[in-house]
Every structure is written in C-alpha cells, then in structure tokens.
Design a binder for this molecule. Structure first.
Ligand code: ADP
Ligand code: MG
Length: 689
C-alpha cells in the first residue's frame, strides 16, 4: 500500500479548509496535515465538571457556562493605553459573572444576548462582581456543541479562526489520517521508555479523555522531539569523528615551560580540563569541545595552551573574539606568554595596519597564531596549515560562523568557550555535537562581589564611595546603555556623563571614555591606559561587556540596569572581582521600573552564581529569550519545555547514541524512518547547522 505522507498533503485539501482558510492557517505556520496535527494545544479546559458561577474561587483559573445577559463597550475619554473596554455579562442559575476585554473592539459582533457561552480564566472580584479578564471563550451554537464537554484543547490562534472551528479541523485530520501514520520510533526504544504509540499520542494530545491520558501523550511527544534533535546532533558528531583528526604530539618541554611561566598555578578544574584537551588533541580524532565556565574562572589560559600546543606541532591556530577590544586583549595577553618561545603571532581586526603583510604571513604559514575578530572569516584570509580553532564568547556568534572558521583548515580541532552560563541540560541540547568541559570553580582568593541596587537619592553617596575606592588605588567602570543622549529616551548616555564627570563631579581624577563608535586605535589606547592605571575611571557603553580583564578594577557602576537582561548584567559584573580584592557592583535606577525589571534586579542582587542566575532567567523569560534570538542556534521546540523536561534531555540523548551504535538496527529500515522524520521536522525550518 502506498501510504500518503501527511507532510506532503497541502492543508487546503482537508475537509473544512479551502483556499481562504488555508491562508489563515499558513499565518500560524500550518502548511500541511503534518503541521496541523503537530500544532499542539497551549492549554486545556476541563469541562467535565463545570462549577456553578457562585462557587468559583477568586484567584483560581475556572471555567463557567452561562447565558449572555448583556454586552457593552466603553471608550475612555483620557488618552492612554486603553482605548476601548468591552464587557459581557453572563448568568447561570446561581449568579452572574463579567468577562472584560481591553482594546479588542472587534469582539462586539460576537456576543448576542440570549446565547450560551463558556468563559475560562482567572477569577477576580471587582467592586463585588465576579470577573474574568480576557477570558478564553466559546459560544455554544447548538446543543450539539456539547460534544466538547470533557477536556477541551485550547490553541494559540489568531482572530480569524475560533477555537471551535480549529478543533473541528484537527478532528477531521485525526479521523482521516492518524491511522495511516507510521511510528518511526523503534519498538525497543518505545518499550524501554514506556512510551505509547505515536498514533495514540497524537490523538490524545488533542483530545485526552483525562489528565493522565494527556500526560502520557505529552511524554511520548516530548521524547520524540528531544530524541530527534539529539539524533541529529549525535549524527553530526559521529560524522565529525569518522574523519581523521590531526594528532598532536605532546611536547613536554614546551608544555612544562609554558605552565611554569604562569604567574599562578592552575586550579583543580583548570587542570582537569587541560587533561581533557590533551587527550582529545592526541587522540587522532577531531576535537570539538565546548568549554564552559563562569566569568573570571580562567578559560583563556586553556585556550592559550591549545594554541601553543598546535604551534609546537607545527600547525597554525586561530582565536576569534566578538569585539575588537577583546581580540586586542587576547593578543597582548598571549604575546606575553610567548615571550620566550619562538612563536609568531599577529592581530587581525578591521583597519589594522600592514594588513597585506599579515595576510601573506597567514597564507605562507610564517605566522603561527592569529588573534582576531570576525575579520578572520573573510574570504581572502587563507591559512597554510590551520590545525586549531578557538572561539571565545561563542554565544555571540552564530553556528554558521563557527563552521566558517573551521572551513579554513582541513579538519582542525575546535575549542569553543562561553562565559554565558548555560544550564547543563540546555548546553547538552544546544551544543549536542560538542563535548562539554566545565570549569566549576574560581581561582583561589576571589571574594563575593557585593552588589547593591540603589535609587537616585543615593547617587551622591555612591559617588563618594567610588572616590574612596579610587583613593585606595582601585579602578572603576561606569556603564551606560547609550553613547549619545537621545531626545526620546530619558537615559543618561556615556559621553554626556563623561563630560559631566570631568567638569563637575570628578575633575581631579583621570577619566576615560570608551564606546563602539570610536576608531579601533582610539579604543585601543583608552583600554591600554585603563589597563596601566593611567585612567582611573572608565566611562563606557557595553563594549566592555564580555571578556575584558583588568584585575585592579573593583567597582562596576551600572546606570539604567533595567535596560539589561540578567545574562548581560552578570557579564558586566564579571568585569570586577578578578583579583583578591573586595569588589562591588552598584546598580542605579532613576524613576520607576517595571515589575519585571524589579524582579530581575532583586534576583541579581542576591544571586552571584552564573548558573543559578541563568536558571532564574530561564524561568522568567523562557529559553528562547535567554539568548535573545534564534540566530544563536537555539532550537525551537513545539512541545518541549526545557525547564520542565530537563530530565528527559540526557535520556533521549543516550537513546540516540545507543541507536547509532547498534549495527543491527541499521539493517532494517528504522534508521530510514528516523531520517525521514528529521527531514519532515527540520527541513527549511532550522538551518543545516
Ligand atoms: P574568563 O574565564 O572569564 O575568560 P580569564 O581567563 O580572563 O577568565 O581569567 C580571569 C583572570 O583570572 C585573569 O586575570 C587570569 O589571569 C586569572 N587567572 C586565571 N587562572 C588563574 C588561576 N589558576 N589562579 C589565579 N588567577 C588566575
Ligand atoms: Mg574570557
């Protein structure tokens, strides 16, 4: 029998759809029957025992059913956010309740007096009246509708299609196509993980008989999504591993002299990672490793070690950083370590002098280590023997850029570093094609950074404190969200504050200004002066957010911290506390801040550990937003919630590994089924990463 492939059937041909409705569905990302069946409910409404209106509990989410008594719309006189208020009053045998909507005047047409309706939402009491703000609603057209009386799915929809209409489409699709679905997951994996059949899962996620039934469906679908994602990652990784890697021979003399030249001894965690890197590099396989460690944990030194080892093996290496000032810092830092070694290093950023010469040195192999920004991945840069690639602050780059640098060599080793604390489960998912190394301790003697959130009224006091720190020989960062003051936003900008400080507040101190619009050379000389201590106080934008290492700086003063996300604040705070001295982070907000921002500030003040902070951030904002945008390769899941389903990630990953290892499975067609399923789900939706 030739099975119809549900991902190949245009949604337009489903009973009840047609060209017009197909357009509406496309806006929801639904193009095929597959897309429709995999469009999961965002919530459920249990109508199997609906409470009488007078029994509902304030604060709870409840469903009620009643007859519409009246509806009315108001347009407030005052100009503000609320332009229209729409109210619908309903009644049952026991009482009345009001549904209320803001700025949705189009609802006017929908509620005819005398009709029956379901409302669902959080119950509030307002001036003695039971109320639901923006309830999910469903009009009951005929008693027939009451077939939807058990647990009813609620979907994320646009105003052009109602819940009921959508539900009927799903039902049509389920009736017609579900029994022709083939389950791609091998029985043995299904059994081992106690998973129900795909067909049942897809039916029950939309139309569960009871909550337990819904949970079983969800479990299956969550597993599928993670399994396929991990499968893809593991596959990619195996593919890499199947290629020969460059075998670096450990050169004890060089390694020893390098380690001896350090002004400190490595921490236990650093040593451990070093041995992991050593093992990888000498294995004959390609190293693909993610090095994760909180800000200030000392990742750079391990990168430098890898670069040096590559040089000793007569290979070139490259390290890429997201900003010019960070590239510049790495360049200086690495150069210092190489003083006694016969290794040639160069800096490649835009606008660098003697660029031609550098390009030539890279292509003829006379330059061993190249430190740079994205300028490194320009087409004209050709390496002679690139054997080792390091990417610092990886989260600032896209997956594609990582690949582009790698392409410059023939199967080079790669080490990617990130200080953005990603919870382990998330790291496993995001970077599943990489091995993970973690530095989980800070160098000895580091103190907790004292963090305070203050308001405008304490400004003078805070300035006084800053002055005291400087008089002890310490240095200070002031960070502002903007360069120039803008008319629309009432924000203090870096250059304006710099002028103000120089003239009025700290005329006797040595100040510097730094922002992204300055020329590389200017930035460079300001940074140099700050590093040397010639500048005592650096007034800056977020160009210093990542990587910058000036151990004598002990105060990070952030204005308008409400403008930054938690991850960003953490990075900024990480610029201090890099020596044994006590350091401080001061957040100054002027005026009112939103509730969200307040929550962020409070968490930030009390949480120091980057991993905990990231978990909190994830909880507040959801995984998608933690990284800001999709370009960071963050997978978009249909049903997986990385926080709630964290525990399934390693299980699915292990299954994917085991499967790919098992030769017998490859003989039957199960791998083909899986590959097909991956194509269905990931073609054109995620880039080939
Ligand atoms: P990050 O992990 O944020 O990139 P860095 O590599 O910049 O951190 O290191 C932060 C600071 O700690 C640097 O000044 C570095 O020289 C110093 N450092 C690194 N490792 C150690 C160590 N084992 N003992 C003492 N200081 C160290
Ligand atoms: Mg760093």
């Amino acid at each position: 029998m030739c099975q119809e492939k549900i991902d190949a059937i245009d949604i337009q041909y489903l009973k009840g759809v047609g060209p017009h409705r197909a357009e509406v569905l496309k806006k929801l990302g639904i193009f095929s029957i597959f897309d429709l069946l995999y469009y999961f409910p965002r919530d459920y409404d249990d109508r199997s025992n609906i409470k009488p209106i007078s029994f509902v509990i304030p604060g709870e989410r409840e469903t009620v059913k009643g007859v519409i008594i009246s509806s009315s719309e108001f347009r407030p006189r005052t100009r503000g956010y609320v332009r229209s208020i729409f109210k619908v009053l309903i009644r049952d045998n026991t009482g009345i309740l009001e549904g209320i909507w803001f700025n949705q005047p189009y609802l006017r047409e929908k509620f005819d007096t005398g009709k029956k309706v379901f409302f669902r939402g959080k119950i509030e009491i307002n001036r003695g009246i039971r109320q639901i703000n923006s309830p999910d609603f469903e009009l009951i057209d005929s008693e027939n509708d009451e077939i939807f009386l058990g647990i009813v799915p609620i979907y994320r929809l646009t105003q052009n299609i109602t819940q009921k209409q959508f539900r009927l489409l799903i039902q049509n699709a389920a009736d017609k196509y579900l029994n022709s679905i083939s389950d791609f997951l091998p029985v043995i994996i299904r059994k081992r993980n106690n998973l129900i059949a795909l067909e049942d899962a897809l039916h029950n996620i939309h139309f569960p008989k009871d909550p337990a039934c819904k949970e079983r469906a969800r479990t299956r679908l969550v597993f599928d999504e993670l399994f396929l994602f991990e499968f893809k990652m593991v596959y990619k990784k195996k593919h890499l591993l199947s290629k020969p890697g460059i075998k670096f021979v450990k050169n004890d003399n060089l390694t020893e002299s390098f380690l001896k030249s350090l002004p400190f001894s490595l921490t236990r965690a650093q040593k451990h990672v070093l041995s992991e890197i050593d093992l990888d590099l000498s294995s004959g396989k390609i190293m693909s490793r993610l090095l994760q460690g909180d800000v200030g944990s000392g990742k750079t030194i391990l990168a430098i070690y890898s670069l040096v080892l590559a040089s000793a093996n007569n290979y070139q290496s490259a390290i890429m950083a997201p900003t010019e000032i960070l590239a510049e810092q790495h360049f200086r830092n690495i150069s210092n370590y190489l003083l006694n070694l016969n290794i040639k290093i160069c800096l490649l950023i835009s606008g660098v002098k003697n660029r031609k010469e550098i390009e030539k040195g890279i292509s003829d192999g006379s330059i061993h280590i190249v430190v740079g920004t994205q300028a490194l991945i320009q087409e004209k840069i050709k390496f002679n023997r690139l054997g080792m690639v390091v990417i610092d602050e990886q989260h600032r780059f896209g997956v594609a850029q990582r690949g582009e640098l790698r392409q410059k060599g023939i199967n080079p080793h790669i080490l990617v570093m990130t200080a953005t604390p990603i919870p382990r489960t998330l790291a496993l998912t995001l970077y599943g094609d990489l091995d993970l190394s973690v530095i989980d301790e800070l160098p000895p003697g580091r103190q907790k950074i004292i963090t305070r959130w203050i308001s405008e009224s304490k400004r003078a006091q805070a300035y006084y404190f800053v002055r005291q720190e400087i008089s002890k020989g310490n240095q200070v960062y002031f960070v502002y969200p903007l360069i120039e003051e803008s008319e629309n936003l009432d924000l203090k900008a870096a250059s304006k504050m710099y002028e103000n400080f120089k003239r009025d507040v700290f005329p006797d101190l040595r100040l510097g200004l730094l922002h992204g619009k300055m020329k590389p050379l200017e930035k460079n000389s300001v940074m140099q002066a700050f590093r040397k201590g010639d500048i005592q106080m650096l007034i800056s934008t977020t160009v210093i957010e990542v990587g910058i290492d000036v151990p004598r700086a002990t105060v990070m003063f952030i204005e308008h911290p409400e403008r930054f996300g938690l991850a960003q604040l953490h990075q900024l705070r990480g610029r201090v506390g890099r020596s044994k001295s006590q350091s401080y982070c001061i957040l100054l907000t002027s005026g009112k801040v939103s509730l969200d921002a307040k929550k962020r500030m409070e968490i930030f003040v009390k949480t120091q550990n980057g991993f905990e902070l990231a978990e909190e951030d994830l909880k507040i904002r959801g995984p998608g937003e933690f990284f800001g945008t999709r370009q960071h390769g963050m997978p978009e899941f249909r049903i997986v919630d990385l926080i709630r389903d964290a525990r399934v990630v390693p299980v699915a990953r292990k299954e994917a590994f085991t499967f790919l290892q098992d030769e017998t499975l490859k003989k039957d067609n199960s791998i083909l089924l899986i590959e097909e399923e991956i194509k269905k789900r990931y073609s054109e939706k995620t880039e080939a990463s």
